[in-house]
Design a protein around this ligand. Structure first.
Ligand SMILES: [Zn+2]
Length: 301
């Protein structure tokens, strides 16, 4: 295996400050190179981080879309320029090429520590399976969502998002920081083992596959008219069925889930997704059998 460099990004969203703190502890000279692998630690959106904003002009983690890259009128958008800079420097064909990107995020939803994957790349499955096997982490597999594209890790040959919550934006929580420290060191250990062919995948990988996102109930003016129902708050990853409550509106009416299929909601009430008109996302549970192909693909990095 020829992995030489791994990019660890924190602060892709400038108001998610706990991973930035965690990375500060790792970003010391003695930690930069380990067993022949160089780690590049970088703040994704330094300007937004400095101001405590999620972003300046646009969501950086939706700005890695190839179609946006050369669009003239998009050139004045800070995050598009930043995305281009990151790919030009650390992308696989960049000046300091990294083979893997790990993007660290926090959520205000009660997701615990989870992995977010985009699409079904074998290399990502390989890394995700190792982490799930070690910690039992749930995996949100995001795919087939035409409204949400241009994620950072998609611009690298292999990459995962680590998402930890619940924590408020711009609030330092030592427990959350500690979870990031554990994940970063474990990732390094697993990648070392992979590099030395000391890895065996578990039998199965459990993923929660994105189906759709739903908005809050709204009134005639388009304003939100519905709280997350008390029975639904903090119940991320828990299965719901037809008739289970979702929202409680200002008239006391309970809005219920009326689909026929079992659904596992995630990002329930995520604060940052209000502007995207997302109250929660529906997922379906799927069990995949791990394949040796995944390791082979990983080894080809
Ligand atoms: Zn984020």
């Amino acid at each position: 295996m020829t992995i030489q460099r791994i990019l660890i990004v924190s602060g892709t969203h400038g108001n998610e400050i706990n991973p930035v703190w965690a990375v500060k502890q790792f970003n010391r000279e003695e930690n930069r190179i380990k067993k022949g692998i160089k780690y590049e630690y970088i703040i994704g959106n330094p300007l937004a981080y400095g101001k405590g904003y999620r972003y300046i002009d646009a969501d950086l983690n939706r700005s890695f879309d190839e179609s946006k890259k050369n669009h003239q009128q998009k050139k004045s958008i800070y995050e598009i320029n930043r995305a281009n800079f990151l790919v030009d420097q650390f992308g696989i064909n960049g000046s300091d090429p990294c083979q893997i990107a790990i993007d660290l995020h926090t959520t205000t939803a009660n997701m615990g520590t989870s992995i977010v994957m985009y699409g079904r790349r074998f290399k990502d499955f390989c890394l995700a399976a190792l982490l799930q096997n070690k910690f039992g982490l749930p995996i949100y597999l995001h795919e087939k969502d035409k409204d949400q594209t241009g994620f950072l890790v998609e611009a690298w040959p292999c990459g995962l998002v680590i998402e930890i919550g619940a924590v408020a934006q711009n609030f330092y929580d030592p427990k959350i920081i500690n979870k990031f420290l554990i994940i970063i060191s474990s990732l390094r250990e697993e990648i070392d083992k992979l590099k030395n062919n000391l890895i065996e995948l578990p039998k199965e990988l459990i993923v929660h596959v994105h189906q759709e996102s739903i908005d809050y109930p709204r009134d005639d003016k388009g304003d939100i008219d519905g709280l997350i129902h008390p029975e639904r708050t903090n119940q991320d990853w828990k299965m719901i069925k037809k008739g289970d409550p979702l929202f409680l509106d200002s008239q006391g009416i309970v809005h219920k889930y009326d689909g026929d299929q079992f659904i596992w909601p995630v990002f329930i009430g995520e604060v940052a997704y209000k502007e995207k008109k997302i109250a929660m996302s529906y997922t379906k549970k799927e069990v995949l059998f791990c394949q040796n192909e995944w390791i082979k693909e990983f080894e080809s990095l």
